[in-house]
Write a protein that binds this ligand. Structure first.
Ligand SMILES: [Zn+2]
Length: 172
């Protein structure tokens, strides 16, 4: 559980880098997620300067097992994102344009698990399809596409036999 934590106490002015791996287990604590598998590296950079602490986070990697919008086959979706936030003790709110992560007073460390999760969710593209990303050079599964098309045409063509009978009458 301590893995996604960044130390806050006892640090002097300076830059503190860290990196974390985000794999399948990461998502187990988030019950309402569509993500079950991923391979992501998160790089963090804590910058402390003149009583101001900034946290920069960069994520890069892939989310696995996302169904393709067209053929439903599971594909890998690449994601990358960056955030920069100010770390501030709650109760000391100041007007600022910047993104703020509030922490309790005298907190020893900051757990960035939720922050990382939000970044990942926001970085998933709305269109998930074969060929739309650099990883999936393959084309859609043609058999699946054919099956899906066949099925959708069939459902449209279901006719009510009573109307069919009326059609014949009109023609006479
Ligand atoms: Zn596809």
């Amino acid at each position: 559980m301590d893995y996604y934590k960044i130390k806050l106490t006892g640090i002097k002015d300076g830059v503190y880098s860290n990196s974390f791996e985000i794999r399948d287990e990461f998502f187990e604590t988030f019950s309402q997620t569509e993500i079950s598998s991923a391979d992501i590296i998160a790089k963090t950079c804590l910058i402390k300067k003149d009583k101001k602490t900034t946290l920069e986070v960069e994520i890069n990697g892939v989310i696995n097992k996302i169904p393709c919008d067209i053929c439903t086959e599971e594909i890998q979706v690449p994601i990358s994102s960056r955030t920069s936030s100010i770390i501030q003790e709650s109760g000391k709110e100041e007007a600022t344009e910047e993104e703020i992560i509030y922490i309790q007073e005298n907190k020893n460390d900051l757990c960035i698990k939720n922050h990382l999760y939000e970044m990942i969710i926001l970085a998933i593209p709305t269109k998930r399809q074969h060929q739309l990303n650099s990883i999936n050079k393959d084309e859609c599964n043609k058999e699946m596409v054919n099956l899906i098309n066949k099925y959708s045409i069939k459902t449209k063509k279901i006719a009510d036999p009573r109307w069919e009978a009326l059609k014949d009458i009109k023609l006479k």
